[in-house]
Design a protein around this ligand. Sequence first.
Ligand code: HEC
Length: 142
Amino acid sequence: MNARLLIAIISIVALVSLGAKALQETLTEEEFDATMKEVGLTLGDTEGHIGARYWPETEEDGRRLQSMFQQVEAFWKAREVEEAAAIAADAVAAARAITAAAGENNHDGAQSAFGDLRGTCATCHRSYREQTDEGYRIKPRE
Ligand code: HEC
């Protein structure tokens, strides 16, 4: 392996771990709400992109969803709500599977991963989201 390549690899690894650090900053409740709105919009884009077989766009959607759900997972972990964190981890895995299937131009795989991802929304909302007159909020703990 030549030295320049090695240096490039080391720099990439360093950058990626810096990025991971930034993600560890836990979301505030306000940021959580904004993230959910963004998740909702991105999910709509993803469905359209899979339907149209726009694979590079679908790969990017999957990456964005993965990163948002990693933050959602960290949010619940910080509150020690392990069950919600586990649902978010399933969402991370499903988002990653969308990106992987899109990378292989695999329509059935992308649709099945999309179905898995959508399943996590309802599972979490049923237990941890509450509707109020002003919109949705995190369900207060008993
Ligand atoms: C691990 C838990 C969890 C998962 C998984 C999850 N959500 Fe949420 N979501 C919440 C909670 C809690 C709220 C209410 C808090 C809020 O809106 O601030 C919420 C609120 C929302 C809202 C309402 C935002 C608003 O105030 O208008 C949307 C839209 C939304 N989620 C979309 C999604 C979609 C789409 C998915 C799946 C791809 C998803 N969520 C997966 C927990 C989750």
